[in-house]
Design a protein around this ligand. Structure first.
Ligand code: AMP
Ligand code: MG
Length: 443
């Protein structure tokens, strides 16, 4: 799958290594944990998106020598170093001095900047600018001033041969504003074609544990993925596979992702669903819509959660007819025609009752498909035979009913309900789109 070195677009000869960035955040409050460092997270996304990934980060307090050391180390690592914080007008704001000192660039007062600061204070109704703000007009020799339309401290960009340092204010709104106003264009200009293409693609799965999915996937992966990497992102409702390609020419990125997706697709097919927002309900609704079919749901332990998941999607009235929360046996019998003898013989949490609920609600609502779900959400009500987490799903339609058993991890009632709703949607999705799940179909 190709090698990972970058190649210049025109000549095909090896180019300089891909450029990267580094971040230094400054402020005692970040180290004390009083302020959460949201600037790094924001910059990380913004820089990665531009193709200038962050190689390392430093966080230091308001100590001049620590700032100097961190910026020095960052400059040894990265082509662009972004320093945020410590540009304010007060005595603990040391970034400007420390970096000027490190780069041997004496500070000089910039008359235009001073005039602009004074105007800003006048415009806000002050007679005069506080003396401390004068420090914000100090500019290291040779630095480019990045005007701050969002506050008082301007950004300062210092270039040193192949490398650059930019000082930006710590206030998140100002940082974002300055980065967007000035640095995006600068990064594109400065690094141009050398910027790495980084693209992601996500394959959503549900109904298979991360460890099992990983075994299946590892068995088909080639020894080297080249410029593509694969991450498993699990949450209680499923596992996303995130494919990332980096370090290739932008026009080649999609082909690399296609190649890995083609390897993974047959393996994950039984559990895969496609949804822009990552919600299985979206996939169910679009499958029903494309088939011109309708759905009704009968829910016991999920208390309406399946219906809620479906109706969260706007405009579903063309495919969703309605549902019944059949909690008491009397409702299962009275509204859904679940025979009393079936409940007596098998219990309310059983394949037979789930199937009868699915049938009953489809008939009652005159829907193509009926879903039934019944289980023990806990924390009480479990027995040796049917412990908390026991769930039965059924999907009726197309002339037959399919049931499935699940034993969900006991403990958290809300989590059991959420997983049970997902399990019901999964069984339906499987019948609409994906085909039968091979090994987990224990019903
Ligand atoms: P400074 O530029 O050091 O005067 O910081 C001004 C304010 O910005 C601080 O009081 C913090 O609340 C906030 N701040 C500074 N650094 C960060 C950061 N890395 N992430 C989020 N907020 C920050
Ligand atoms: Mg500070």
């Amino acid at each position: 799958m190709g090698d990972t070195s970058t190649v210049s677009a025109r000549s095909g000869t090896p180019a300089a290594p891909p450029p990267c960035s580094a971040i230094v955040t400054v402020g005692d409050e970040l180290l004390y944990g009083e302020t959460v460092d949201t600037n790094s997270a924001w910059l990380g996304k913004a820089l990665t998106g531009l193709g200038l990934p962050v190689a390392k980060r430093w966080a230091v307090g308001d100590v001049a020598s620590d700032i100097r050391e961190a910026v020095d180390a960052a400059l040894a690592t990265a082509d662009l170093v972004i320093v945020t914080g410590g540009l304010g007008p007060t005595r603990d704001d040391l970034t400007r001095d420390a970096v000027a000192d490190l780069l041997r660039a004496p500070l000089r007062e910039d008359p235009e900047l001073l005039a602009a600061l004074e105007r800003r204070f006048q415009a806000r109704g002050y007679d005069r600018m506080p003396a401390s703000n004068r420090s914000q007009a100090l500019v290291p020799e040779g630095a480019t001033v990045l005007p701050n339309a969002h506050g008082t401290a301007p950004g300062l960009l210092l270039e040193r041969r192949e490398r650059a340092v930019v000082l930006l204010p710590g206030v998140p709104r100002e940082l974002r504003g300055l980065f967007t106003d000035h640095m995006e264009a600068w990064v594109r200009r400065r690094f141009g074609e050398r910027l790495l293409a980084i693209e992601h693609r996500v394959l959503h799965t549900t109904g298979i544990p991360e460890s099992r999915l990983s075994e299946l996937v590892e068995a088909v992966l080639p020894p080297s993925l080249g410029p593509v990497s694969l991450a498993f992102l699990p949450d209680p409702l499923g596992v996303d596979l995130r494919l990332t390609v980096r370090g290739v020419l932008p026009q080649e990125a999609a082909a690399h992702l296609d190649r890995l997706e083609a390897i993974l697709a047959p393996v994950v097919a039984p559990w895969r669903f496609e949804a822009k927002g990552g919600d299985l309900a979206e996939a169910v609704v679009s499958a029903l819509r494309s088939r011109g079919e309708t759905l009704a749901v009968a829910e016991s332990c999920t208390g309406g959660l399946v219906a809620h998941r479906i109706t969260t999607i706007a405009g579903v009235s063309d495919v969703f007819v309605g549902g019944v929360v059949a909690y008491a046996n009397a409702v299962k019998q009275g509204l859904l025609d679940v025979p009393e003898v079936v409940i007596d013989a098998h219990g309310a949490v059983s394949a037979e009752v789930a199937a009868a609920m699915a049938h009953g609600v489809a008939r009652m609502c005159d829907a193509t498909w009926g879903v039934g779900v019944t289980g023990v959400a806990g924390p009480t009500g479990g027995t040796d035979e049917k412990p908390v987490g026991t769930v039965w799903y059924a999907v009726a339609g197309g002339g037959r009913v399919v049931t499935r058993f699940a034993r969900l991890p006991a403990g958290d009632r809300a989590a059991i309900q959420a997983r049970a709703a997902q399990g019901a949607l999964h069984l339906l999705h499987e019948r609409l789109v994906a085909g039968e799940t091979p090994e987990l179909n224990s019903a």
